[in-house]
Design a protein around this ligand. Structure first.
Ligand code: SER
Length: 608
């Protein structure tokens, strides 16, 4: 039995013995420079150095880096999908190359981890029009003692590593390491290429000497780098002869706890098993995201929304297990105090805060859960009433028995009801759900969100309490501008940081000192009045009818939008978030007014 703590230590020790410096892990939250929400690979923070920038710690680096991948949240619940995992990595930044790297990976696998060299399999790149076949690596592997029949040349799909879609990033052919779980071939041709599951990929050495260019082309990098990644969670599983990722020391205590609270058996009750896995995985990732040094909180947009989805899915599965949602906090405590206390000491420091925020989200969701149930009953009642009315008029009327896709989506989107929950509830009442219609509504929503987030790019990028305040301040200021210069005045751009707001709007002249003072006074008066900021949802056409405005292109006239209302000062269609009361903004000070482009002025302002 090897524990996760021992495995991390072994990795670092081994590479330190080969002259590497442990650079530690960076934040899980994307810093906005790479365009990703979360850190998805160990190499991601090292991108500039792989591209040639000098790293302050030298040319041989190693670490264990947390990663969050949420593309397949919905697959979590099986034995091997996780939304958080740790990547054990090491890098050569233009230092050693294939000869040393193949030898070290081989030494680590055989001598440190005790793998049988006759069973180790390796795959290398077969080459294509841009990059030659990697016979060099294959020869080196043979020289180390790996059997020739265990070395496979595979195509770009298998043996080329790059971050999807990102031009300008380093990439290259890779050498992947595989090992069989057992010796029983499923058929005569059972090898690494077989999908019977006998072979498991345990690690990956990328020879990163190319850079992704436009149009699917690749350019040579100045440096020949190595980028190694071995997934800790997977290797741990493997080294302990397990097949269920929730049975390693990373999870076993949380599963035991959930078994004892629920009185259900993880191995025998498969529904309970799925629920326990989801609760454990989602809680772990939530703990990591809230407890990160750039920690985030649940919200309705961006990374915060992913966190919200994770937590709410965990809460919902507590209902399935028939346990109190607060159990999530008990699960979280195990991760913080027992599993990740040494590798992530910040979690211990932030423990109370993390648990508090999880509790808040539980409360919030439990509140909408009840409201959602009411909404659901209303849907059913509406259909039944219509059926009764129509039947009384027309005896041949065929009653409706389907909840529309739009209604199901509203339950999902506004009340956090997963589609499966709506279907389950509907079935109990003898109703169905228009799943196709749901998917259409979902897609439409995704497109709108994409358009909105594109529009918000350079606007509100991450929400801290301060940026949220600035966001509300822009609403009040725009209201002031419209009061002074008429309702043709519109937002042309917005960029908010923790330090200041920058707001662009159309106006045909440079604002005078008097006008600036008038505007500043207007905002400060609204602040001093301590006006509550209210959020209301309504169909788009109704919002417009009521005088709301905002840069927003609805998909349909009756699309539900959220409107933020600040007393009788302002009414804007907006995704939020906003603070609850203008009184919390502090003092508003305009720092600068300048031209942004033709007919567009720019104001920089701060809150004190
Ligand atoms: N970048 C490679 C991977 O993520 C190796 O670190 O698999």
């Amino acid at each position: 039995m090897i524990t996760s703590k021992q495995l991390r230590e072994k990795w670092i020790k081994f590479y330190e013995s080969k002259g590497h410096i442990n650079i530690g892990a960076v934040s899980l939250i994307g810093d906005g420079t790479t365009g990703v929400m979360f850190n998805v690979a160990g190499m991601q923070p090292l991108m500039p150095y792989l591209l040639g920038k000098k790293h302050p710690m030298g040319t041989r680096l190693c670490n264990v880096q947390g990663c969050v991948r949420t593309v397949d949240i919905d697959s979590v619940g099986d034995a091997t999908h996780f939304t958080f995992f740790e990547m054990m990595g090491n890098w050569s930044l233009g230092d050693y190359f294939k000869k040393e790297k193949t030898a070290w990976s081989f030494e680590l696998l055989t001598e440190v981890f005790g793998f049988d060299k006759d069973k180790i399999c390796s795959t290398v790149f077969e080459g294509n029009e841009s990059v030659p076949k990697d016979t060099e690596t294959a020869e080196l592997l043979k020289g180390l003692g790996i059997k020739e029949e265990n070395i496979f040349f595979l195509d770009k799909k298998n043996n080329w590593w790059e971050l999807e879609g990102t031009v300008g990033t380093p990439c290259g052919p890779d050498n992947e390491w595989f090992y069989p779980r057992h010796d029983n071939k499923c058929c005569d041709t059972c090898d690494v290429n077989c999908d019977c599951g006998r072979y498991v990929e345990i690690g990956n050495d990328v020879y990163m000497q190319y850079k992704k260019l436009e149009g699917g082309k690749y350019g040579e990098l100045e440096n020949k780098n190595v980028d190694t990644g071995f997934g800790l969670d997977r290797l741990l599983l493997f080294l302990n002869g397990l097949t269920d990722g929730y049975k390693t020391d990373l999870f076993i205590d949380t599963i035991k706890l959930l078994e004892s609270i629920s009185g259900k058996n993880y191995d025998e009750d498969l529904d309970a098993q799925k629920a326990m896995r989801i609760i454990a995985d989602h809680t772990r990732t939530s703990v990591m995201l809230i407890g990160d040094k750039n920690g985030i909180l649940p919200s309705n947009t961006g990374a915060g929304y992913i966190l919200r989805r994770l937590l709410r899915r965990a809460i919902r599965y507590c209902k399935n297990l028939a346990i109190d949602s607060e159990s999530i906090c008990e699960v979280a405590k195990i991760f913080i105090e027992k599993i990740y206390d040494e590798a992530y000491p910040l979690l211990v420091e932030k423990e109370d805060y993390i648990l508090d925020e999880i509790r808040k989200e539980i409360k919030k969701f439990e509140a909408t859960l009840a409201a959602g149930m009411k909404e659901f009953d209303k849907c059913i009642f509406g259909i039944e009433r219509k059926n009764a009315f129509m039947s009384s008029k027309d005896a041949s009327f065929v009653p409706e028995t389907t909840i529309s896709g739009k209604q199901a989506f509203r339950l999902y989107d506004t009340f956090g009801f997963p589609l499966e929950l709506t279907i389950e509830l509907a079935t109990e009442k003898g109703f169905g759900v228009d799943e196709e219609g749901f998917n259409v509504a979902f897609k439409e929503h995704q497109e709108i969100s994409k358009a909105q987030s594109a529009a918000a790019k350079g606007g509100l990028t991450e929400q801290t309490e301060t940026t949220t305040k600035y966001h509300t301040a822009t609403h009040i200021m725009l209201a002031g501008l419209r009061k002074m210069f008429g309702t043709k005045t519109e937002q042309k751009g917005s960029n908010i940081t923790d330090e200041r707001m920058r707001f662009d709007f159309n106006l045909d002249h440079k604002m005078t000192a008097e006008e600036l003072k008038e505007l500043q006074d207007f905002v400060n008066t609204v602040i001093s009045k301590k006006i509550p900021v209210e959020r209301v949802e309504m169909p788009y056409n109704k919002a417009i009818e009521q005088g709301a405005y905002g840069v927003f292109n609805p998909q349909s006239e009756d699309e539900i939008v959220s409107v933020y209302i600040i007393g009788d000062v302002d009414k804007q269609i907006c995704g939020g978030p906003h603070i609850c009361n203008t009184g919390d903004l502090g003092e508003f000070i305009i720092k600068k007014e300048e031209s942004s482009s033709s007919g567009v002025r720019r104001i920089k302002a701060i809150l004190k």
